[in-house]
Design a binder for this molecule. Structure first.
Ligand code: ZN
Ligand code: ZN
Length: 431
């Protein structure tokens, strides 16, 4: 049996870019280590969810980890909340600091990110919203700032429901929307959200940080836009579903949250930032250390997706080259290691957002099959020996190439319970 190192390069897949002479960033980048692994390993293309469906980073990861989104997707807010180690029993919303202007009692969204508010200002503003009481004290609201303009809101109290619509219109120049209950169970929640919006707007509007921002000609962060209401669901731990003892190396809050939700032990090495300047080498060496204790290590690298969202193919090339340099130790892996390299979705630089394109995937390890491809990029992956598959197949392929898959019929498919007991746990059968 092999141990597994799964490296997810966020937003990896791409399309030809005019500024790269119509090459994709993977084609344009100097990535000798990935190319070497491609030449000695086996490539394929995977749709993290299904052909043409653009995954979110959360749903893309969850699907690749072998969870059924139709039954088991709790909504993104849950993962962001878990990333902060918060445990709660209410409703959570994803939240943005935004700039709004009043227009005859309504609010127009001027900037959904409050002028890309600085980390420091955002956390100062957030401290004023740490704990508020709504509906005559019956609902407690906690706003928690995560990164840049982002955060989340937790509502705790009796009779709450996540069946409320978004307040965020998702476009600038549109009115902030009234939260509407989608069923009778959500009437109180919609009321509580409305009260929170008013209360928080009053606090933010008068806050000294915003007064200073206005004086400096910056946009005030005078509104909290909410979206993606969700309630926690208990997900089956990754260990019992797939039989691995898993660890995660990640810096981005949501990725840590996903890993925690699935019962991974989470590590955040020094210098890892979740941005293009992250210390990728620190992540790889942490992962290699962890493989002494864990048999499945997931490493997440975010910088590529950030470059894609900025529509900056040259930056994406640079990030790929830095990641390539960092993974040099993986080109000569221990005998019992399976290395899997892929992304959670494509983020084409020309589009600036996630797309439903397929993502290259590479399986690499001593004695594993190889194919004819010689470079790690979309074109070689399209004709690679693994063929094309979806995220739902990923864990089964990982079980297979780590020599853990059970013969068909020994356990019910497709939800294979491939828990392999260690020798120490086997006992003679006694009657
Ligand atoms: Zn992503
Ligand atoms: Zn993204």
């Amino acid at each position: 049996m092999r141990r597994v190192l799964l490296l997810i390069i966020d937003g990896l897949g791409d399309r030809p870019c005019p500024s790269l002479k119509w090459l994709t960033p993977l084609q344009a980048a100097e990535i000798p280590n990935m190319d070497l692994m491609a030449a000695k390993g086996i490539l394929g293309m995977q749709y993290p969810i299904a052909p043409g469906v653009p995954p979110g980073s959360d749903s893309g990861h969850l699907s690749l980890f072998g969870y059924d989104l139709g039954r088991e997707y709790p909504g993104r807010g849950v993962f962001e909340a878990l990333s902060e180690g918060v445990e709660w029993g209410g409703v959570t919303f994803r939240a943005n600091f935004a700039t709004v202007e009043e227009d005859k009692g309504k609010f127009v969204v001027v900037d959904r990110r409050a002028g890309r508010i600085e980390e420091e200002d955002a956390s100062l503003l957030a401290s004023g919203l740490k704990e508020l009481y709504l509906l005559d004290g019956k609902v407690k609201a906690r706003f928690i700032h995560t990164l840049e303009h982002r955060g989340f809101l937790l509502l705790e109290g009796e009779g709450l429901s996540s069946s409320v619509t978004d307040v965020d219109p998702h476009e600038e120049g549109y009115y902030v929307l009234e939260p509407m209950p989608m069923d009778d169970n959500a009437l109180r929640t919609a009321e509580a959200v409305k009260e929170f919006l008013k209360l928080s707007h009053d606090i933010l509007r008068e806050h000294e940080v915003n007064r200073r921002r206005i004086a400096e000609g910056k946009k005030p962060a005078n509104f909290i836009l909410l979206r993606g209401a969700s309630s926690p669901v208990k997900l089956e731990p990754f260990s019992s579903r797939w039989g691995f003892k898993p660890a995660a190396v990640a810096a981005g809050p949501m990725y840590k949250g996903i890993a925690r939700a699935l019962g991974f032990e989470v590590f955040h090495p020094q210098g890892a930032t979740g941005l293009p300047d992250s210390n990728f080498s620190a992540k790889v060496s942490k992962a290699l250390d962890l493989l002494e204790e864990f048999d499945f290590v997931f490493v997440h690298m975010k910088g590529t997706d950030v470059a894609s969202h900025n529509r900056d193919p040259k930056l994406k090339v640079k990030v790929l080259e830095r990641i390539d340099a960092a993974i040099e130790p993986l080109t000569d892996p221990p005998e019992d290691l399976l290395v899997v390299l892929t992304g959670d979705h494509a983020t084409p630089c020309s589009v600036g957002k996630h797309s439903g394109d397929p993502v290259p995937v590479l399986f690499y390890g001593r004695g594993l099959p190889k194919d004819d491809s010689s470079n790690f990029h979309e074109l070689d992956a399209q004709v690679g020996g693994l063929g094309w598959f979806t995220g739902a197949n990923m864990m089964q392929l990982i079980l297979n190439y780590s020599d853990r898959a059970l013969e068909y019929g020994l356990r019910p498919l497709p939800q294979v319970r491939a828990y392999v007991p260690s020798i120490g746990m086997l006992r003679p059968l006694l009657f």
